[in-house]
Design a protein around this ligand. Sequence first.
Ligand SMILES: Cc1cc2nc3c(=O)[nH]c(=O)nc-3n(C[C@H](O)[C@H](O)[C@H](O)COP(=O)(O)O)c2cc1C
Length: 261
Amino acid sequence: MNQTMELLLNRKSIRVYEQREISEEVKEALIAATLRAPTAGNLMLYSIIEVKDRAAKETLVRTCDNQPFIARAPLVLLFLADYRRWVDYFTASGVEQLCADEGRSMRRPEEGDLFLACCDALIAAQTSVVAGEALGLGSCYIGDIMENYEEHRDLFSLPRYVFPICLLCFGYPTRQQWERALTRRLAPEYVVFEDRYRRFEPEEHEEMYRDRQQEPVYGQQRSARGAKNLAQLTYTRKFDSDFAREMNRSVRAMLQAWVGD
Ligand SMILES: Cc1cc2nc3c(=O)[nH]c(=O)nc-3n(C[C@H](O)[C@H](O)[C@H](O)COP(=O)(O)O)c2cc1C
C-alpha cells in the first residue's frame, strides 16, 4: 500500500514513550511540515509553544485532569488559536487611523474569528501528528488544555485573543504501544451522508455501537458505573463528568475575555 495511506490507517494515540531525546533536526522537520498546513486566508491564526520547563509540565499534569504522561513526554507542544499577532500588527500599522478616517472604529476579533483561529490551530496540530508519525514519533492530544483557562493564561503569559485549543505530547513509542490494537471507529454509513444530514432511530444506534458494547473493557466499566449501555456510560464518564463541566466553565471565561463587553 502507498506509505502515506498505510501511516494514516495505522495511526493511534501513543501515551507511553521511550526515554529517548528527540533531536533538534527531527523537531525542525516536524515544525517545517506543521507550518505548511493549510491556513485560512494564509493568515496563520495560530502560535505554538514548546513546553520545556519541567515545572510547567508538572502543572499541566494537574491542570489537564491529572494525566502524568504529559510530564514524561519528550516533546510537548501547545497549540494556540491566535489573533493577537494580527491585532498587534493592525494597531502598529495605522489600521485604527484608517478606520477613523472612514468614520468607524477598528473591528476587534469576535466569535467567528475565534472559530477560524481554532480551525487553523487544529489543522496545524493534526499536520504535526502526521509529520510526527512519518518521523517515527507517536503522539497524543490533550483536550483538557481547554480547562483552567485562567491558570493556563498566567502560566504561558497568554494575552487577550490567544486561546490554548490543544496540547500535543510526542515521543518515540515503546514497542508495547506500537503493537497495541487500533481503536474502533463507526462504520462509514453512520458518519458520511449523501446530500443531507441523517438522524438515527434507536435500533440503528444499537447497531452502530454493537461491536464496542461487546468489548470486555466496556463491560467492566459499565458494571463499575452501574450503566446499562454505552450511552449511559459515556454520559456519566465523559459528557457529564467534572472535567466536561470545568471545560465549559473555562471556555465561557475565555469567551468573555475574547469578546469583551
Ligand atoms: C480533541 C482531542 C482531545 C483528546 N484529549 C485526550 C486527553 O486529554 N487524554 C488522552 O489520553 N487522550 C486524548 N485524546 C486522544 C483520544 O482519546 C483518542 O484519539 C481516541 O481515544 C481514539 O484513539 P486513537 O487515537 O488511538 O485511535 C484526545 C483526542 C482528541 C482529538
